[in-house]
Design a protein around this ligand. Structure first.
Ligand code: GUN
Length: 291
């Protein structure tokens, strides 16, 4: 029977660091500010943005949500981002993804002031990350690292198989895990939708991270006895009363075989939110240095 990793407990330790930093900033008369931008009414995005706003307020940050209607033009969205870039009370700007088409996430991300880019999606910040000198760490990849290290499964020397190559999770995570230092030093294999026979790779892994967004992606026959499974996927499955959330891994079967596994919900998700708040506070410290 696997150990079920408690993401909320990991998030609480990250939040503690945020709280201390917020306290030190407040002694200097500074309150970190986070602007959350949502375009359209995708139900998952509505829920995520609300969670981020609540978590920010719970730790004493200033947070404001900007909701733009579906059908907003690129010009209108970029104009809002320019305003937020200029606002000295806003230290972090997050544009919730996915954006409704035809809005281009790449175009939007390159307009966010890199110093306020708490998602680490600006090309400059992605470049720094690849160079090994990151400004901030992307939230979900950082959350995966925190979960591994703080649960006693540091990836150093392990074979980690990452499934999914998204710019939000799989791609940057594969880079972070392979870098030198705590949370890194792993041997990394990056698998994706064009990988034939995924199980051939995941069965060799000490740690499997699934971040695809498709339930059933990782089955019990695809991991070896004693593997650690980190499930980043979140899919809403309709039920008579509403919906329930399921991950990418077959949790019920894997918990009989793995050494440890993160649940959905209550695994990586809460840590991602805590990582966002930490980034906002770090961005605030950076922007207010010497003031
Ligand atoms: N949508 C799902 N995860 C994220 C995230 O980490 N950042 C943004 N901006 N959008 C997301």
């Amino acid at each position: 029977m696997a150990r079920i990793i408690d993401g909320r407990a990991v998030a609480a330790t990250v939040q503690e660091e945020v709280r201390e930093r917020v306290f030190r900033l407040s002694a200097r008369g500074i309150r970190p500010g986070l602007a959350l931008v949502r375009v359209g009414d995708d139900p998952a995005s509505v829920s995520y943005v609300r969670q981020k706003e609540r978590a920010a307020q719970g730790l004493g940050l200033r947070s404001e949500v900007f909701v733009l209607p579906e059908g907003t033009t690129e010009r209108e969205l970029l104009s809002l981002i320019h305003d937020l870039n200029r606002d000295p009370g806003v230290h972090g700007v997050l544009v919730q993804l996915p954006l409704p088409s035809p809005l281009s996430p790449e175009r939007v991300m390159e307009v966010v002031d890199p110093r306020k880019d708490v998602d680490c999606l600006h090309p400059e910040n992605l470049g720094r990350l690849v160079q090994g000198d990151p400004y901030l760490l992307p939230c979900t990849p950082r959350a995966v690292q925190e979960v591994l290290v703080r649960s006693g499964y540091p990836p150093a020397g392990k074979h980690v198989v990452v499934v999914g190559r998204s710019v939000l999770v799989g791609r940057p995570l594969s880079i972070l895990l392979s870098q030198k230092g705590l949370g890194g030093d792993a041997t990394v294999t990056l698998c994706h939708s064009a990988t034939p026979d995924l199980g051939r790779f995941t069965r060799d892994a000490d740690i499997v991270v699934v971040a695809v967004g498709r339930p059933g992606t990782l089955r019990a026959d695809m991991v070896r006895e004693g593997a650690v499974v980190i499930d980043v996927g979140v899919t809403r499955i309709p039920t008579p009363g509403g919906f329930r959330l399921v991950g990418d891994a077959d949790f019920e079967a894997l918990k009989e075989k793995a050494e440890a596994i993160t649940p959905v919900p209550g695994g990586v998700g809460p840590v991602t939110v805590a990582a966002l708040l930490l980034n906002t506070v770090l961005a605030c410290e950076h922007q207010t240095q010497g003031r």
